[in-house]
Design a protein. Structure first.
Lengths: 166, 255
């Protein structure tokens, strides 16, 4: 069995759901912290079309679903962000994250929690989608049933970004 | 013999008092905002403003009714008299101190309105009735203290949001963003209750402040409002109902 390395994780939980603009401003600060391996944005889905009722199928005009630019990399934001989970290489980074959040959230509180929040091993659906040799870095980042791929963000901007081939 | 006193619900907390006020049809609810007839029609989205009411049967005056004693006792509502269609309105109330909540809504409507068919769920409440009556009832539900522009919203479908954290601007989450908070502090509906864009925005007033909401909420919430455990009478009542239901099912006779 393949041996996996366990990295520390932390989760940013603000008291309010974050708008795309606020998410962008927060991520701009966070991605510059070194030793962050993966970032997972969780929140409420904003559908492209009305999913239920007599208006089903019509366009959902909203400004909650946006494409944001983080450190020169574009990210299609499909959700109103509720939590931001970070996988980091070193536990000491958590204090840096906490300091950024304390400075950033002035209108409402935010907590930074430590623990394991991302999927730790491939599920049956992951196996069906990616096969036995799945890249561990994409497991738990996106719903395997979705067509969208995770975005690569590199704060220095010298790497290709905007999705990966799976 | 003394006059019968109505008992609408137990409790000594502000939440219990507010619940009783909303349920009591003799209590006049405070009007917080005004909304035009045309605005209500736009929000509901069942007919175009100015269009006539569609009917599902001829007016009662043109019909020969069967000789039934109940028909003499129960007077028809305006909607029933005209043979209007049955239409609906649905509300979603945030758990963060919204002034009303689904069960409370049903209780209040059953005491205050006639000829309604409410459907109560955990996060939303739908009420069906004749279209003409519905528009009247909606006026009370939107204009009075049972409504808050930020925490209560009309949602015919895609209702998810009552139990979620609020958005940054204090609005209840709505995936269809039917109403938006303007820079002037006013909440305006840009879509009707089912999510179709409106030709013009419908203004429903400014969100009420936290202090007012805490004092007028009908939801127990231990983190942002009044905790249920702080109301000993309410807890006693709930425990009694629970015990009787557990022991005797739906025939709560004590031995």
């Amino acid at each position: 069995m393949q041996e996996t390395v366990t990295y520390p994780q932390c989760r940013i939980v603000p008291m309010r759901l974050l708008s795309p603009d606020t998410t962008k401003r927060l991520l701009e600060k966070i991605v510059r912290v070194p030793a962050i391996r993966r970032i997972l944005l969780n929140g409420q889905n904003i559908p492209l079309t009305v999913p239920y009722g007599p208006a089903r199928g019509t366009e959902n005009k909203t400004n909650l679903r946006k494409t944001i630019e983080i450190a020169g990399n574009t990210v299609d934001l499909h959700v109103l962000v509720g939590t931001i989970t970070l996988e980091i290489e070193d536990k000491t980074v958590i204090e840096q994250i906490r300091a950024i959040c304390d400075d950033f959230f002035v209108d409402f509180p935010c907590s930074v929690q430590e623990g394991r929040f991302m999927k730790s091993q491939p599920s049956l659906v992951d196996y069906a989608k990616y096969g036995p040799q799945a890249d561990p870095s994409v497991i738990g980042l996106v719903d395997p049933k979705r067509k969208e791929k995770p975005s690569f963000i590199h704060p220095l901007g010298d790497r290709v970004c905007g999705g990966c081939e799976l | 013999m003394t006059a019968r006193t109505h008992q609408y619900g137990p409790g000594t907390s502000i939440i219990a008092i507010n619940r009783r006020k909303q349920m009591d049809p003799g209590h006049k609810l405070t009007v917080m905002r005004s909304i035009t007839d045309e605005d209500i029609v736009l929000l509901l989205g069942h007919r175009a403003p100015g269009a006539s009411f569609k009917t599902m049967h001829p007016p009662l005056s043109e019909q020969q009714e069967p000789d039934c004693p109940m028909r003499f006792l129960v007077k028809p509502t305006e909607g029933a008299k005209h043979g209007d269609r049955v239409r609906y309105v649905q509300f979603a109330d945030s758990m963060f101190n919204a002034p009303c909540q689904p069960y409370q809504r049903t209780y209040a409507e059953m005491y205050r309105f006639r000829a309604i068919d409410p459907g109560t769920l955990s996060g939303r409440q739908i009420v069906e009735c004749r279209e003409r009556d519905l528009e009247q009832y909606c006026r009370l539900l939107i204009e009075t203290e049972m409504f808050d522009p930020a925490l209560v919203s009309l949602r015919g479908a895609t209702v998810h949001g009552h139990s979620l954290r609020l958005s940054e601007d204090g609005m209840q989450f709505d995936a269809l963003q039917r109403c938006v908070l303007g820079k002037d502090g006013m909440v305006r509906y840009v879509k009707d209750q089912i999510g179709l864009p409106l030709n013009r925005q419908v203004e429903v007033g400014k969100p009420l402040d936290q202090k007012w909401l805490r004092e007028h909420s009908t939801i127990f919430h231990c983190l942002v409002g009044t905790a249920l455990r702080d109301d000993a009478e309410y807890v006693e009542y709930l425990q009694r109902i629970h015990t009787l239901r557990t022991r005797y099912g739906f025939m709560p006779k004590e031995a």
